[in-house]
Design a binder for this molecule. Sequence first.
Ligand code: DC
Length: 219
Amino acid sequence: MIVAIDGYSSSGKSTLAKDLAKILGFIYVDTGAMYRAIALYFLTNEIDLSDEKLVQDSLDNITVSFENKDGENCVTLNGQDVSKEIRTLEVSQIVSEVAAIPAVRKKLVAIQQSLATKSLVMDGRDIGTVVFPNAEYKFFIIADVGERSRRRYVELISKGQEVSYAEVEENLKHRDHIDTTRAMSPLRQAEDAVCIDTTKVTREEQLALAIKAIESKQL
Ligand code: DC
Protein backbone atom coordinates (compact mmCIF):
# COMPACT_ATOMS: atom_id res chain seq x y z
CA MET A 1 0.00 0.00 0.00
CA ILE A 2 1.26 3.46 -0.92
CA VAL A 3 0.46 6.80 0.69
CA ALA A 4 1.64 9.56 -1.67
CA ILE A 5 2.24 13.03 -0.22
CA ASP A 6 3.09 15.93 -2.51
CA GLY A 7 3.39 19.61 -1.81
CA TYR A 8 5.44 22.76 -1.63
CA SER A 9 8.83 23.06 0.10
CA SER A 10 8.54 23.31 3.88
CA SER A 11 4.76 22.89 3.77
CA GLY A 12 4.87 20.24 6.50
CA LYS A 13 4.65 17.26 4.17
CA SER A 14 7.66 15.41 5.59
CA THR A 15 6.40 15.89 9.15
CA LEU A 16 3.03 14.47 8.12
CA ALA A 17 4.70 11.66 6.17
CA LYS A 18 6.84 10.64 9.17
CA ASP A 19 3.87 10.77 11.56
CA LEU A 20 1.65 8.74 9.22
CA ALA A 21 4.41 6.17 8.57
CA LYS A 22 4.83 5.68 12.32
CA ILE A 23 1.11 5.20 12.95
CA LEU A 24 0.56 2.92 9.94
CA GLY A 25 3.81 0.98 10.45
CA PHE A 26 4.93 1.86 6.90
CA ILE A 27 8.37 2.89 5.68
CA TYR A 28 8.84 6.62 5.11
CA VAL A 29 10.67 7.66 1.94
CA ASP A 30 11.81 11.27 1.48
CA THR A 31 12.36 11.62 -2.28
CA GLY A 32 13.56 15.23 -1.95
CA ALA A 33 16.63 13.83 -0.16
CA MET A 34 17.51 11.83 -3.29
CA TYR A 35 17.35 14.95 -5.51
CA ARG A 36 19.45 16.73 -2.89
CA ALA A 37 22.09 13.96 -2.99
CA ILE A 38 22.50 14.39 -6.75
CA ALA A 39 22.59 18.18 -6.34
CA LEU A 40 25.34 17.75 -3.74
CA TYR A 41 27.36 15.63 -6.17
CA PHE A 42 26.99 18.22 -8.96
CA LEU A 43 27.93 21.02 -6.55
CA THR A 44 30.98 19.25 -5.13
CA ASN A 45 32.23 18.20 -8.55
CA GLU A 46 31.41 21.55 -10.17
CA ILE A 47 29.31 19.95 -12.89
CA ASP A 48 27.97 22.41 -15.47
CA LEU A 49 24.21 21.70 -15.46
CA SER A 50 23.84 22.95 -19.03
CA ASP A 51 26.30 20.32 -20.34
CA GLU A 52 23.92 17.44 -21.10
CA LYS A 53 26.64 14.91 -21.87
CA LEU A 54 28.59 15.69 -18.72
CA VAL A 55 25.39 15.48 -16.65
CA GLN A 56 24.51 12.09 -18.18
CA ASP A 57 28.07 10.74 -17.71
CA SER A 58 28.02 11.91 -14.10
CA LEU A 59 24.65 10.25 -13.49
CA ASP A 60 26.07 6.98 -14.83
CA ASN A 61 28.72 7.20 -12.10
CA ILE A 62 26.39 8.07 -9.26
CA THR A 63 24.76 5.54 -7.00
CA VAL A 64 22.04 6.96 -4.77
CA SER A 65 20.57 4.60 -2.27
CA PHE A 66 18.05 4.95 0.40
CA GLU A 67 17.76 3.26 3.76
CA ASN A 68 15.34 3.77 6.58
CA LYS A 69 17.06 3.31 9.93
CA ASP A 70 14.67 3.35 12.91
CA GLY A 71 12.28 5.68 11.08
CA GLU A 72 15.07 8.06 10.04
CA ASN A 73 15.95 8.49 6.36
CA CYS A 74 19.53 7.78 5.48
CA VAL A 75 20.62 8.71 1.96
CA THR A 76 23.91 7.51 0.59
CA LEU A 77 25.80 8.92 -2.38
CA ASN A 78 28.30 6.47 -3.84
CA GLY A 79 28.25 4.55 -0.55
CA GLN A 80 28.71 7.59 1.71
CA ASP A 81 26.04 8.75 4.13
CA VAL A 82 25.25 12.35 3.07
CA SER A 83 22.06 12.84 5.12
CA LYS A 84 23.47 15.93 6.87
CA GLU A 85 25.39 17.51 3.96
CA ILE A 86 22.29 17.65 1.75
CA ARG A 87 20.46 20.01 4.13
CA THR A 88 22.49 23.19 3.52
CA LEU A 89 21.21 26.33 1.79
CA GLU A 90 23.90 25.85 -0.90
CA VAL A 91 22.28 22.55 -1.89
CA SER A 92 18.78 24.10 -1.65
CA GLN A 93 19.93 26.83 -4.02
CA ILE A 94 20.59 24.44 -6.92
CA VAL A 95 18.37 21.44 -6.16
CA SER A 96 15.33 22.65 -8.10
CA GLU A 97 17.44 23.24 -11.24
CA VAL A 98 18.88 19.74 -10.79
CA ALA A 99 15.41 18.24 -10.27
CA ALA A 100 14.20 19.84 -13.51
CA ILE A 101 16.72 17.83 -15.58
CA PRO A 102 14.82 14.93 -17.26
CA ALA A 103 17.75 12.45 -16.97
CA VAL A 104 17.92 13.07 -13.21
CA ARG A 105 14.18 12.49 -12.78
CA LYS A 106 14.29 9.35 -14.92
CA LYS A 107 17.01 7.84 -12.74
CA LEU A 108 15.38 8.71 -9.41
CA VAL A 109 11.81 7.80 -10.35
CA ALA A 110 13.03 4.27 -11.26
CA ILE A 111 14.73 3.93 -7.85
CA GLN A 112 11.61 5.22 -6.08
CA GLN A 113 9.31 2.79 -7.92
CA SER A 114 11.64 -0.11 -7.08
CA LEU A 115 11.04 0.52 -3.35
CA ALA A 116 7.36 -0.43 -3.63
CA THR A 117 7.91 -4.03 -2.53
CA LYS A 118 6.92 -2.75 0.94
CA SER A 119 4.14 -0.46 2.18
CA LEU A 120 5.35 3.12 1.94
CA VAL A 121 4.58 6.69 2.81
CA MET A 122 6.50 8.61 0.15
CA ASP A 123 6.74 12.38 -0.07
CA GLY A 124 7.88 14.65 -2.89
CA ARG A 125 6.49 16.69 -5.77
CA ASP A 126 5.32 14.07 -8.29
CA ILE A 127 4.53 11.02 -6.19
CA GLY A 128 0.75 10.98 -6.69
CA THR A 129 0.97 12.14 -10.31
CA VAL A 130 3.97 10.26 -11.78
CA VAL A 131 5.78 7.88 -9.43
CA PHE A 132 2.68 6.14 -8.05
CA PRO A 133 -0.40 7.40 -9.93
CA ASN A 134 -2.34 4.44 -8.52
CA ALA A 135 -1.41 5.09 -4.88
CA GLU A 136 -4.23 4.13 -2.52
CA TYR A 137 -4.09 7.46 -0.66
CA LYS A 138 -2.89 10.82 -1.92
CA PHE A 139 -2.38 14.10 -0.12
CA PHE A 140 -1.43 17.54 -1.41
CA ILE A 141 0.02 19.84 1.25
CA ILE A 142 -0.02 23.61 1.01
CA ALA A 143 0.80 26.54 3.35
CA ASP A 144 1.43 30.30 3.04
CA VAL A 145 4.91 31.14 1.77
CA GLY A 146 5.52 33.38 4.82
CA GLU A 147 4.73 30.57 7.24
CA ARG A 148 6.82 28.10 5.23
CA SER A 149 9.79 30.48 5.21
CA ARG A 150 9.49 30.99 8.96
CA ARG A 151 9.51 27.22 9.58
CA ARG A 152 12.49 26.64 7.31
CA TYR A 153 14.42 29.58 8.81
CA VAL A 154 13.88 28.29 12.38
CA GLU A 155 14.95 24.79 11.27
CA LEU A 156 18.20 25.99 9.63
CA ILE A 157 19.09 28.29 12.54
CA SER A 158 18.47 25.47 15.03
CA LYS A 159 20.98 23.39 13.06
CA GLY A 160 23.57 26.16 13.49
CA GLN A 161 23.49 27.40 9.89
CA GLU A 162 24.12 31.08 9.22
CA VAL A 163 21.23 32.23 7.06
CA SER A 164 18.93 35.24 6.98
CA TYR A 165 15.13 35.05 6.83
CA ALA A 166 15.19 36.98 3.52
CA GLU A 167 17.55 34.43 1.92
CA VAL A 168 15.34 31.54 3.01
CA GLU A 169 12.16 33.20 1.73
CA GLU A 170 13.79 34.05 -1.61
CA ASN A 171 15.01 30.46 -1.97
CA LEU A 172 11.53 29.03 -1.27
CA LYS A 173 9.88 31.34 -3.83
CA HIS A 174 12.56 30.48 -6.39
CA ARG A 175 12.06 26.74 -5.82
CA ASP A 176 8.24 27.05 -5.91
CA HIS A 177 8.56 28.73 -9.30
CA ILE A 178 10.89 26.10 -10.81
CA ASP A 179 9.06 23.13 -9.21
CA THR A 180 5.68 24.24 -10.59
CA THR A 181 6.77 25.39 -14.05
CA ARG A 182 9.35 22.79 -15.16
CA ALA A 183 8.48 20.83 -18.30
CA MET A 184 8.81 17.33 -16.83
CA SER A 185 6.42 16.31 -14.02
CA PRO A 186 5.85 19.73 -12.45
CA LEU A 187 4.40 19.97 -8.95
CA ARG A 188 0.62 19.83 -9.16
CA GLN A 189 -2.22 18.33 -7.19
CA ALA A 190 -3.37 14.92 -8.44
CA GLU A 191 -7.10 14.96 -9.18
CA ASP A 192 -7.79 12.38 -6.49
CA ALA A 193 -5.54 13.93 -3.81
CA VAL A 194 -6.91 15.39 -0.58
CA CYS A 195 -5.57 18.93 -0.07
CA ILE A 196 -4.53 20.00 3.43
CA ASP A 197 -3.57 23.63 4.22
CA THR A 198 -1.17 23.52 7.15
CA THR A 199 -0.74 27.30 7.58
CA LYS A 200 -2.76 27.48 10.76
CA VAL A 201 -2.84 23.90 11.97
CA THR A 202 -0.58 22.12 14.44
CA ARG A 203 1.35 18.94 13.73
CA GLU A 204 -1.29 16.94 15.65
CA GLU A 205 -4.15 18.60 13.76
CA GLN A 206 -2.66 17.91 10.33
CA LEU A 207 -2.15 14.28 11.29
CA ALA A 208 -5.74 14.04 12.51
CA LEU A 209 -7.01 15.53 9.22
CA ALA A 210 -5.02 12.98 7.20
CA ILE A 211 -6.16 10.03 9.32
CA LYS A 212 -9.77 11.18 8.99
CA ALA A 213 -9.38 11.27 5.19
CA ILE A 214 -7.84 7.77 5.18
CA GLU A 215 -10.60 6.36 7.40
CA SER A 216 -13.37 7.96 5.39
CA LYS A 217 -11.98 6.43 2.18
CA GLN A 218 -11.90 2.99 3.79
CA LEU A 219 -15.61 3.10 4.70
O1 DC B 1 11.44 18.20 -0.40
P1 DC B 1 12.75 18.96 -0.60
O2 DC B 1 12.64 20.44 -0.36
O3 DC B 1 13.88 18.35 0.15
O4 DC B 1 13.07 18.75 -2.16
C1 DC B 1 14.19 19.32 -2.77
C2 DC B 1 13.91 19.65 -4.21
O5 DC B 1 13.79 18.45 -4.97
C3 DC B 1 12.64 20.45 -4.48
O6 DC B 1 12.94 21.82 -4.70
C4 DC B 1 12.04 19.84 -5.70
C5 DC B 1 12.75 18.55 -5.92
N1 DC B 1 11.90 17.35 -5.84
C6 DC B 1 11.26 16.95 -6.98
O7 DC B 1 11.36 17.62 -8.00
N2 DC B 1 10.54 15.80 -6.98
C7 DC B 1 10.41 15.07 -5.86
N3 DC B 1 9.69 13.94 -5.90
C8 DC B 1 11.03 15.50 -4.67
C9 DC B 1 11.75 16.66 -4.68
